[in-house]
Design a protein. Structure first.
Length: 309
């Protein structure tokens, strides 16, 4: 239930007891007995408050409520648009709420491949969204999520729940895929990244996560390579894939968080994919990835991903 309009989300029927409430109570002051762990972030027991300069203040409470205050100091010439407020609400604030509920929010883009759900992670600029969009456009594979998706805690299998059905792409990626930016919403009003909201390619349903691929840029002259990771290496990739992992450690006992990540690492395959960064030669650079997806499609569960390459 939200007092703010959220066009990025799929509407749900009204209910008497909503899972999460998003409220706009007016001005929010400092938290009582707050501890500041980072600039613009306060902690007070089961409450967390973040200040995004010039945009808004968000208070996240007990994994159940997000309070939004748009009355924050800003430059006189700076006009705040509602899309900027929602960007941090559906990103950082919702990510903190998920950590409070002891879920595993993953910073991934994911697609339904013929071999099941494959998710892609990596540093900012590694090309997660671009790769997912390319696979959808070139092969017709449905999109699951872009930016954030969620694994429920203590589930018998790793079901990946999609985030908002929006795809965020930089202008060069849109140009390479011949997507017109006219009428698209900017990620931030001052950035050359655009939202394809409610994109028709999204499949709004959860599914078992089969594979997580960490993306890295290859050095000049280096050819694409796909490597199966196991043990500690796979575990570290999953830790890096957590959305705002530093906040997850604040709301989850370290032993529980490590045990949950370790269990997930034992249930899925984890790869590292290094490729040249060239939008003009995407088909060639993706050859090792496409070969593994095709091989996994026909492999038995015991055989899938056992051949390191």
């Amino acid at each position: 239930m939200s007092e703010l309009e959220l066009p990025e989300l799929t509407p749900a029927p009204p209910c008497a007891e909503p899972d999460i409430e998003i409220l706009t109570p007016g001005q929010l002051g400092p938290l009582d007995d707050a501890v500041e762990d980072w600039p613009c972030l306060e902690l007070d027991g089961e409450r967390c408050q973040i200040l995004v300069q010039g945009i808004g203040r968000y208070r996240i409470e007990q994994g159940r409520r997000i309070l939004v205050d748009r009355r924050v100091p800003r430059e006189p010439e700076h006009q705040v648009v509602s899309g900027d407020v929602r960007l941090y609400l559906l990103g950082a604030a919702l990510g903190i709420l998920l950590h409070q509920r002891q879920c595993l929010p993953l910073h991934v883009s994911a697609v339904h491949t013929p071999a099941g759900v494959w998710a892609f992670t990596g540093d900012s600029g590694a090309g997660k969204s671009t790769l997912a969009a390319w696979l959808h456009q070139q092969h017709g594979w449905p999109l699951v999520s872009d930016d954030v998706a969620v694994i429920e805690p203590d589930a018998p299998e790793p079901i990946l729940h999609p985030g908002p059905p929006r795809l965020k792409l930089w202008q060069d990626a849109l140009a390479a895929m011949a997507i017109d930016t006219s009428g698209l919403v900017r990620d931030l009003t001052r950035a050359d990244k655009y939202h394809l909201n409610a994109h028709a390619g999204f499949r709004d349903e959860a599914g078992p996560l089969k594979v997580l691929v960490e993306l890295e840029r290859a050095e000049p002259g280096e050819v694409s390579s796909l490597t199966l990771l196991k043990g500690v290496d796979a575990f570290r990739v999953l830790l890096r894939a957590l959305y705002r992992a530093e906040l997850g450690r604040l709301f989850n006992p370290p032993a529980r968080l490590l045990a949950t990540v370790s269990a997930l690492a034992s249930q899925i395959q984890v790869y590292r994919f290094r490729r040249p960064w060239s939008l003009e030669r995407m088909d060639a650079s993706l050859a090792p990835l496409m070969q593994e997806i095709e091989a996994s499609r026909f492999a038995s569960p015991d055989e899938a991903g056992l051949n390191e390459r």
